[in-house]
Design a protein around this ligand. Sequence first.
Ligand code: HPA
Length: 240
Amino acid sequence: MSTPHISAEPGDFAPAVLMPGDPKRAERIAHMLMPDAKMVTEVRGMMGFTGTYEGKPLSVMGSGMGQPSLTIYATELFKFYGVQRIIRVGTCGSISPLAQVGDTVVAMTAHTDSHINVARFPEISFAPCASWNLLSAAMRAVETLPEADRGRVHVGSVFSEDHFYFKTPGLLEKLTAYGTLGLEMETAALYGAAAEFGKEALTVLTVSDNLLDSSKDMTPEERETKFVNTLKLAAAAALS
Ligand code: HPA
């Protein structure tokens, strides 16, 4: 069986999928969590893996960058591969004095400048929303983090932007004033796709850079290693 962007057999994916943006990170997460991980798809280099984590089946697959790319993979997983829940594990840029580099941000909802959910609901302003089951499972898992890190998990809104480099003058300051925690590029679309198919979704992010103070940004190496807490919360939500 094949969909336009995934070449895998029915049953190759677990009901729960962890979804980083980068397929190489998907490969690293899969091998880190699951000694029995096997690659089940690699169309266009977008690798997906399935194995067993803490005795339960789990898949990890890349989404690519941005809302259109994530929407393609999430739609095919939900619609054709029986996937019930997707937990995005990514990075964000902080626009909040609360969220420091290395902290974890859990997205209850996502503002966006994308048209992706407007296309679903031209009449209203759709509110993309995390699954409560997954969000509450992730928050219960905060207790399993080292004590010093438990206060470094922040729950609130993020901004899923279409541009990484172009910033609308004045917009980020306003989003900060309205309590937005960070910038990323996928969550509004993920929550919209989960709603379309009656499935569950959650985004858990490591703060990789700080737009309020760029002197504290992470190096590319740190981005790879400082996401263990984020991954623990995401995995706990996946298996809940
Ligand atoms: N924009 C979007 N995504 C990001 C950013 C940003 O500034 N930083 C890390 N991920």
